[in-house]
Design a protein around this ligand. Structure first.
Ligand code: NAD
Length: 255
């Protein structure tokens, strides 16, 4: 698929597991990728990993929770690259904890990264898309936001919020030719999942249990998520908006 030639795509959480796979698929499709992440060292590793295609990559170290900086940095990028065609809100974070054992400080951090961060990016990017007559947004939520997930109450609330927010923005922006969709990964083999299970005995049991429960009998790979994200950002998905799509090996099935 080369129909994203020279399109400018902003990807947050770009240096993480799923983010790296998404960036790789976009540069393979000919897009110019603005890789946003708060981890500068990981961004450098991303650039190394994407050689020799990293000329298509602009690294943007940025904390998505800071509205003022997000608006100003995105504004500079839109000006220097001549606009923004697509946005992928992929950055996310959580730690497993029972709700009654969690603190308001922890809730605030989870909400800032998983809910407020994507709102900041929409606020910064949508005006540039509107002024150019269109664009695409893909929000990475989670099946936790569709069916719940023990130990992830506040994260699930944020991801469910992102699903509802996506549908509303899809309606508000349809007349500006902007499509907005949500992708919900199931358990996917990345650093975030490692945070959840750890690499000890508990983690091993958790991952084996998940594999047994998943109809396709394996954990997701970051590449499993990347394909649908690039498809939804492409002209081939030109009549798809406001949708929520799970990539979970059949763990969750929705009508
Ligand atoms: N891995 C899974 O099992 C799974 C399941 C469902 C949903 N998801 C979602 O997929 C997305 C990607 O997760 P992943 O598994 O690749 O995790 P990851 O930990 O590998 O990557 C997340 C990236 O987000 C970045 N990030 C975190 N906070 C940030 C901030 N404030 N500003 C900028 N960057 C920030 C991190 O530095 C990291 O590079 C997340 O939204 C996550 O909630 C993952």
């Amino acid at each position: 698929m080369r129909d994203l030639d020279n399109k400018v795509v902003v990807v947050t959480g770009a240096a993480g597991g799923i983010g790296t796979a998404i960036c790789r698929r976009f540069v393979d499709a000919g897009a110019r990728v603005v890789a946003v992440d708060k981890d500068e060292d990981a961004l450098q590793r991303l650039a190394e990993a994407l050689r020799p295609l990293n000329a298509q990559l602009a690294l943007l170290p940025l904390d998505i929770t800071n509205h003022e900086r997000v608006v100003s940095r995105i504004g500079s990028i839109a000006e220097s690259l001549g606009g923004i065609d697509a946005l992928v809100n992929n950055a996310g974070w959580d730690l497993p904890v029972q709700f009654l054992e969690s603190s308001p400080e922890f809730w605030n951090k989870v909400i800032a990264i998983n809910l407020v961060g994507p709102l900041n990016l929409h606020h910064a990017v949508l005006p540039h898309m509107i002024s150019r007559g269109g664009g695409m947004v893909v929000n990475i939520a989670s099946d936790a936001g569709r069916v719940g997930s023990s130990g992830e109450a506040v994260y699930s609330a944020c991801k469910g919020g992102i699903i509802a927010f996506t549908k509303t923005i899809a309606r508000e922006c349809a007349n500006h030719n902007i499509r907005v969709n949500t992708v919900c990964p199931g358990p996917t083999d990345t650093a975030l999942l490692q945070l959840f299970g750890g690499d000890g005995e508990y983690g091993k049991k958790l991952y084996e249990g998940l594999k047994r429960a998943i109809p396709l009998k394996r954990l997701g790979k970051p590449e499993d998520v990347a394909g649908i994200v690039v498809f939804l950002s492409s002209p081939e998905a030109g009549f798809i908006t406001g949708q929520t799509i799970s990539v979970s090996g059949g763990l969750t099935m929705h009508g």
